[in-house]
Design a protein around this ligand. Structure first.
Ligand SMILES: NC(=O)CC(=O)C(=O)O
Length: 265
């Protein structure tokens, strides 16, 4: 299975964001990718006041990515977008997974919301505008078990453990818009830890650079193997990295160092 992680600088113009994502999907498909991962909020990352109305999964954004998956014949994990839910004041932050024919295979709604106050650095209250999901999701991608998470979820190891054990995940994906301030110290450490402790591949696709109003994202999208080795990483700025996943490596590590099997709790 060849996996592409795509890094974007999504901003306040939804159509421009979709076009930028499509051009990376095209490049990934041309590089032979079977599975393409986009970052969190691939539809819109800008001021709340200018945001297009949230949509259902078959609205403009969902239909656009379904068509892109079908046109290029790839599995597409469309980062996340602003999904309309029952609460008129809050959206869901939702990942959509499309198969090679553009059929919706799974949807995951971000469970852990980024409510953080780091004086002078980060002030963010995601729960004011986003409602949390409550369902862990694992999707079968042609025999590869893929566990879905989004950004701040990365700090909650119990979710990943559940995806790997109850859900049987072999690849854990993390579409993200990780902040620069926290990302430079925590991003790679957390991704590698989730890979090592769950003996899974981890694919992480981040937003990069500046986004209004005053948000800077860390980027450094990467693919990590179950030993914790970073197999590939996207440099600063929009771009992608394409890497083959070898499940033999995962199986060997799980036999040689059977920490998942040795769990006591
Ligand atoms: N932006 C996020 O949801 C999370 C983040 O930046 C962090 O955990 O740090």
């Amino acid at each position: 299975m060849r996996v592409a992680v795509c890094q974007l600088n999504s901003r306040h113009d939804r159509e421009a964001n979709l076009a930028a994502a499509e051009s990376l999907i095209d490049r990934a498909a041309e590089a032979g990718a079977d599975l393409v991962l986009l970052p969190e909020y691939v539809d819109y990352l800008g001021p709340g006041a200018g945001m297009p109305a949230p949509e259902s999964v078959d609205g403009r954004v969902g239909s656009f990515f379904a068509a892109a998956a079908r046109r290029r014949g790839v599995w597409l994990i469309a980062g996340s977008f602003h999904e309309a839910g029952p609460d008129p004041d809050r959206t869901w932050n939702t990942t959509l997974v499309f198969d090679r024919s553009g059929t919706l295979a799974a949807a995951y709604r971000k469970i852990h919301l980024y409510d953080v106050e780091i004086p002078g650095r980060v002030s963010y209250r995601e729960s004011a505008t986003v409602a949390p999901g409550d369902q862990p999701v694992v999707v079968d991608v042609e025999g590869l078990r893929v566990g879905l998470t989004i950004c701040y979820d990365l700090r909650f190891p119990e979710l990943y453990r559940q995806l790997a054990t109850v859900g049987g995940a072999q690849l854990l994906v993390v579409p993200a818009a990780f902040m620069m301030h926290t990302g430079r110290d925590h991003w790679e450490v957390l991704l590698r830890a989730r890979a090592i402790e769950n003996q899974c591949f981890v694919a992480a696709a981040g937003q990069t650079g500046d986004h209004e109003p005053g948000r800077t994202c860390y980027g450094r999208s990467m693919l990590v193997d179950p030993w914790g080795t970073v197999l590939s990483q996207v440099p600063d700025g929009p771009g992608l990295a394409v890497t083959d996943i070898d499940l033999g490596c995962l199986e060997r590590i799980r036999v040689e160092l059977p920490s998942l099997a040795n769990r006591r709790l």
